[in-house]
Structure formats: structure tokens, C-alpha cells
Design a protein around this ligand. Structure first.
Ligand SMILES: [Zn+2]
Length: 178
């Protein structure tokens, strides 16, 4: 869920679309006429993991978010928090959302997700342990790497790149256009 920012976070005056000269030239953005604050609207870093279950024959854990309609299974993701490294953040998210303990992490890559104004930092996580889902997640499924399907959005491209690195040509599912 995204919220539109309407008020200055410094002085609470309503924001307006105003031109100003920036390093790159004139630019219209949401700005505060009262105090000069600019709503930059920079993308938010989101951490994601392709979880390989070392104690389940190397199958991949994908989960379905309780808030989603449909039968879409996806990577475990979460927002990076202040005061942690990306590696600490994804280890925390995996523990919070699945109870799995991470053994190794390897960066897959960094992906844009412009529809949500997010930057996806995707890891391959080798993990093990009992699986206990957080209430945010409705269910999980374990997939053989050769059988998992990818989707055409940030985390889906991360999964595809990881599959290619393991010698699997990724198969994509086509989602209805939004
Ligand atoms: Zn202001």
C-alpha cells in the first residue's frame, strides 16, 4: 500500500507542485512553499530472498501473502530498517516471516520496482530449520528449482537471474495487466 504525501514533514503546511532549480536543472516536485522542504520521493530499499532450504533437498521456499488475492507465491521480502546492514535485514526478515535460520547469503542483484517506487536488493539465502510463518503470510510452497515459475516484476527477475546462474532457463508466468 502506498500513501500520497500531502503535508510538509517539517512544518505541516500543504505541499504543492513547485518548480525549483536543482543540480540537473529546473524540476517540478512536491515542495513546501512555507519552509522550502522538498519531498524527493526517493525509492525505498526492499530486501528480498530466494530461500534454498538446505534440509529440504535444496528446494526453494516461496510464500503467499495473506493480503493478496489469487494464488501468487513470491519471494520473502521486507523493508530495510535503520541501523542494520542489508545482510542483517534479510536475515531478520527470513527469521520473522518463516522462522528459518540463514546459513549463507549471496547477493543476486539489485532491481528496480518502479510501480511501488522501491529498489529491490535480492539475495540467495541458504537456510534451514522448522518453518513457522508469520501472520502476514497465508501459506508457503517448496519448489524444485527447475520447476519454479518467475514473474515479470522486480523480485521475479531476481529469481530468474538466480535460476540462470544455476543452469535453469527461467519460465515466466504472465500476470494480468494492472
Ligand atoms: Zn514546510
Amino acid at each position: 500500500m502506498t500513501f500520497e504525501v500531502r503535508f510538509c514533514s517539517h512544518c505541516a503546511a500543504p505541499l504543492q507542485r513547485l518548480m525549483a532549480t536543482e543540480d540537473g536543472g529546473p524540476k517540478e516536485r512536491l515542495r513546501c512553499a512555507a519552509c522550502g522542504w522538498t519531498h524527493w520521493n526517493n525509492p525505498t530499499p526492499v530486501l528480498a530472498a530466494v530461500i534454498e532450504c538446505a534440509d529440504r533437498d535444496g528446494r526453494l521456499l516461496l510464500a503467499r501473502n495473506a493480503a493478496w488475492s489469487g494464488r501468487m507465491f513470491a519471494l520473502i521480502t521486507g523493508f530495510m530498517e535503520a541501523g542494520e546492514t542489508p545482510e542483517q535485514g534479510i536475515t531478520r526478515e527470513i527469521a520473522e516471516e518463516t522462522a528459518l535460520q540463514v546459513e549463507t547469503l549471496e547477493l543476486i542483484g539489485v532491481y528496480d520496482f518502479q510501480r511501488m517506487n522501491q529498489l529491490i536488493v535480492a539475495y540467495h539465502a541458504v537456510a534451514r530449520g522448522e518453518i513457522v510463518l508469520s501472520p502476514e503470510l497465508a501459506e508457503y510452497k517448496l519448489f524444485e528449482p527447475a520447476a519454479v515459475r518467475c514473474w515479470r516484476a522486480g523480485t521475479g527477475y531476481a529469481l530468474a537471474d538466480w535460476l540462470r546462474s544455476r543452469g535453469h532457463e527461467p519460465q515466466f508466468i504472465e500476470l494480468p495487466p494492472r
